[in-house]
Design a protein around this ligand. Structure first.
Ligand code: C2E
Ligand code: MG
Ligand code: MG
Length: 265
């Protein structure tokens, strides 16, 4: 554990972290409506290390603070780069950890990242988990409100898998929810999971939230979500998370009408 912590610290200094971007699509039009930034570590010996090997240690050691700040700055800079390339503005969603909300300073980190990059705040989206929103002291809820006032979008990730209390949807300003992959994965074969997914879609629509189904892997899942009116999708069926250059290539190929129809069929 200690060695890993040391290695992660070095990785940050040596600039070995990178972000891959997974597209989010509007299910009806097939248009790319955003991207999620996902952390990767270009390890000298081990190749690309996934976040599951990084985040828990980074959280336990407090390293999630500098890593999280780096992810925010990098994502804001990426929004600007894609705009400079002439792509229609693509909002980027950044994952956050509960610790980033508990310690002070997140608001400054976010507003500095936005102003340094020179982007509009609404192009940055923060994905929070239910546990962040349910922080009993109310401190995190306060930060969320301030972030919302700043103009950034707030989305609840892995919706329905943690505290799953509906009150947070009324108590904090939320723009969207992401239906957890575990429900999406089973919904076409299991009626309970199907019922949960349908209920989240309906609730999201009535609450005026954008609803994203994540981890869509098959055409059957794609059809199910379409027939139940899910607004947005993300998953390997459409694209994996890609390095920035490949994301642009993929984006351009998607927006040639002949290919875009594949998705909206
Ligand atoms: P998440 O935010 O729920 O991200 C979705 C994860 O599902 C990503 O895994 C993505 O690559 C994966 N995924 C996407 N489509 C599919 C699919 O169709 N099938 C399957 N089986 N998986 C799919 P990844 O990149 O390994 O990230 C795992 C988790 O690590 C993320 O879950 C997020 O909670 C966390 N994470 C990633 N980057 C960051 C970061 O910069 N900061 C923080 N705090 N957490 C991060
Ligand atoms: Mg996420
Ligand atoms: Mg998720």
């Amino acid at each position: 554990f200690k060695t890993m912590e040391h290695e992660i610290r070095l990785a940050l200094q040596r600039d070995e972290f990178t972000l891959h971007y997974q597209p989010k699509l509007n299910l009806e039009t097939g248009e790319v409506v955003g991207a999620e930034a996902l952390l990767r570590w270009r390890h000298r010996d081990r190749g690309m290390v996934p976040p599951s090997d990084i985040i828990a240690i980074a959280e336990a050691s407090g390293l999630i603070q500098p890593i999280g700040a780096w992810v925010l700055r990098q994502s804001c800079a990426q929004i600007k780069k894609w705009q400079a390339l002439g792509l229609p503005a693509i909002p980027i969603a950044v994952n956050t950890s509960a610790l980033q909300f508990k310690r002070s300073g997140l608001l400054d980190v976010v507003s500095d990242a936005i102003s340094e990059a020179g982007i509009l705040p609404e192009f940055l989206e923060l994905e929070i988990t239910e546990s962040v929103a349910m922080d009993r002291t109310g401190a995190s809820a306060n930060v969320i409100k301030q972030l919302c006032d700043l103009g950034v979008q707030i989305t609840i990730d892995d919706f329905g898998t943690d505290f799953a209390t509906f009150r947070l949807l009324t108590d904090i300003p939320v723009n969207g929810i992401k239906i957890d992959r575990s429900f999406v994965h089973k919904m076409t074969r299991d009626s309970k999971n199907a019922a949960i997914v349908k209920a989240i879609i309906l609730m999201g629509r009535d609450l005026n939230l954008s609803v994203v189904a994540e981890g869509v892997e098959t055409e059957a899942e794609h059809r199910f979500l379409r027939s139940h009116g899910c607004e947005q999708v993300q998953g390997w069926h459409f694209s994996r998370a890609l390095p920035p250059d490949q994301f642009v290539e993929w984006y351009q190929s998607m927006h040639q009408p002949s290919l875009a129809t594949v998705i909206s069929q």
